[in-house]
Design a protein around this ligand. Sequence first.
Ligand code: GLY
Length: 397
Amino acid sequence: MADDKESQLGRLGKALDLLAKKILEDEKVIGDEFPYVTEPSGVWRTMPASLSAGYRPEGWSHGNWFCGFWVGLLLASYLWKKDDRYLKLAGERMKLVAQRAEDGNTHDIGFIFWSSAIPFYRITGDASHRDIALKAADQLRRRIVVTPRGSYLASWGPLSDPRGRSASAIDTMANIPLLYWASKASGDASFDLTGIAHAEMTRNFIRPDNSTYHAVEYDPASGKRVRGYTFQGYQDESFWSRGQCWAVYGYAATAAVTGETKYRDLAEALGERFLQRLGKDRIPPYDFDDPDPKRPLDTAASAIMASAFLDVAALHHDAETRDAWRDRALMLLEPLITDALAREDSHRGLLKHGCYSWPHRDGADSAVMFGDYFFVEALCKLLLPGKLVDTPAPLGS
Ligand code: GLY
């Protein structure tokens, strides 16, 4: 059994070798733009870092919320290979990403800087990265909508737009770690208070069976929940698998920051519900309730959940419970290594079979940048603990 674990960690290390190889190759061909999903041919589709989100005639457009992940992948490669070329490339890319720190259009600003400026600061101690991340955190904090029933971070669009002001998405739970980091880095507790208030209000997303809605529309004046709905899932009442992973990730972070077991319990309950729906399958579908036998898989969901489960594990003192959550993370990672790793040169990225948005037919059965990042984040938690991201302390310590 111990040998199995050793060899599994060895295989995870080989995935980081593959990342380091492919990212250098990609850097030679992608120019100034940033990869986000692969085409059916396996080549990266790219977009400029500057592309902000916004309401277009055809609906909400997320813009480039992927660019920070690319920096994070370069930094992980640097940590793994100890080769300065990766750090230099990350620095050049960071200059392009930094302009987004003043972007007031989207909650995704959390993703952008969580995966780039924060690890950059952790690795180099260069205060300019800290300052950029704090600027971004200020933009995210400004998105708070205070109501008599609690406060939430609006997800999509500037707050002056009523559509943006009333909408909150489950993905925001994985953006709030930027606020938690900012509180510690600046000593300003209002960052924490904002994130915790949002996490509390996000209970409105949780159905009685512990699945979650993708989005909730609020009445911003009263804070009343108007409806739950979806954007990237199968239908409003269905179980969008990735959304559940964002929720677990954010509740684990909220438990770490508050020291409160109620948030760890919530992360675990939502994580267990995900595993129940996964059942004997190795990789989740993009939505557990889409009845189409040809529904695409979403390897990114497994990667995010694995990273979240490693945080849940770290929140426990008790070795048996800690190991049980770590084993669940490894169980999710294993099929990614055996069935989904893009070993062939023609398929760029690390994880095949991710799904950005099936309803929009965008990045389905593809490598998706966030899937690659959270996969690598999980690998770094296992192989380079505390280097790319902090390890939460056990509750009660
Ligand atoms: N916008 C976050 C996601 O696609 O999961």
